[in-house]
Design a protein around this ligand. Structure first.
Ligand SMILES: [Zn+2]
Length: 255
């Protein structure tokens, strides 16, 4: 594995992660094009290039604005590192095989969804419909095995979440539904089922923990997007392994 390429994908991920923060924070409030320059949301001071270096600026300024001392959300360096890490990991797994294009696009969508859902509790249609034709195109060029798994997976994802929305009476939103539809396109039938199953497990574990630790936070609604993101990434990178392990461990005994 070439270290230069690993480093390159890490830096690329950090830089794009910084951009995905901006996309995720601005698209839901429609200010994507109005403020071309980045500003401090508290004192509105325009930020210089040295205040916009991924992760480093946050560390050097000790997590606060240089002008007004307002603390900067930790989501910024988190998403930068998240994108950087998964870009490197995608390259580590796929090298320069065509699936790398799918992996990098998928990680990008995951970063943006993480930001919008944690910040605004929503997953904007504009983001989802931007990625839809890209994934369609990619899954035609880089098909799953069998090729129709992507399309069946997308339909299953949409139907599954639609039923959850009906049964839970709005416990999940239309954004979650369309997102899981996209998961199906990328992950296929088995992958989308596994992703949703894992998201529920992650959600239950983290929320259960929060329920025990923080008594005030119990009634607060939780964004489900970050759990869907974690479930999808686990299914994408480890799906085959998990399913093979599961079948070997549990199903061979009963057969
Ligand atoms: Zn400021």
């Amino acid at each position: 594995m070439n270290l230069v390429f690993l480093f390159y994908f890490f830096v690329l991920g950090l830089g794009l992660g910084s951009f995905y923060n901006v996309v995720g924070l601005r698209v839901p409030v429609s200010t994507f094009l109005k403020n071309k320059r980045s500003i401090c949301p508290n004192c509105f001071h325009s930020l210089s290039w040295y205040e916009l270096i991924p992760v480093l600026s946050f560390l050097i300024q000790r997590g606060s604005c240089r002008h007004c001392d307002q603390s900067i959300s930790r989501i910024y360096p988190f998403i930068e590192l998240f994108t950087g890490f998964f870009f490197v990991y995608s390259f580590y797994i796929f090298g320069f095989r065509p699936e790398l294009a799918v992996a990098l696009t998928f990680v990008s969508l995951m970063s943006i969804v993480f930001v919008t859902d944690i910040t605004y509790m929503l997953i904007p249609d504009r983001i989802l419909f931007f990625f839809l034709p890209i994934f369609l195109f990619l899954r035609i060029l880089v098909p799953l095995e069998p090729w129709w798994s992507a399309f069946l997976g997308a339909s299953i994802g949409l139907l599954m979440l639609a039923s959850v929305i009906v049964i839970s009476r709005g416990g999940m939103g239309g954004g979650d539904m369309k997102l899981v539809g996209l998961f199906g396109l990328v992950l296929g039938v088995k992958g989308v089922l596994l992703a949703f199953f894992l998201a529920c497990i992650y959600g239950t574990c983290f929320h259960g923990l929060q329920w025990i630790v923080n008594k005030q936070g119990r009634k607060k609604p939780i964004p489900f997007g970050p759990y869907l993101v974690m479930g999808a990434l686990t299914a994408y990178f480890y799906g085959e392994m998990i399913i093979t392990w599961y079948v070997r461990t549990f199903l061979t005994f009963t057969l």
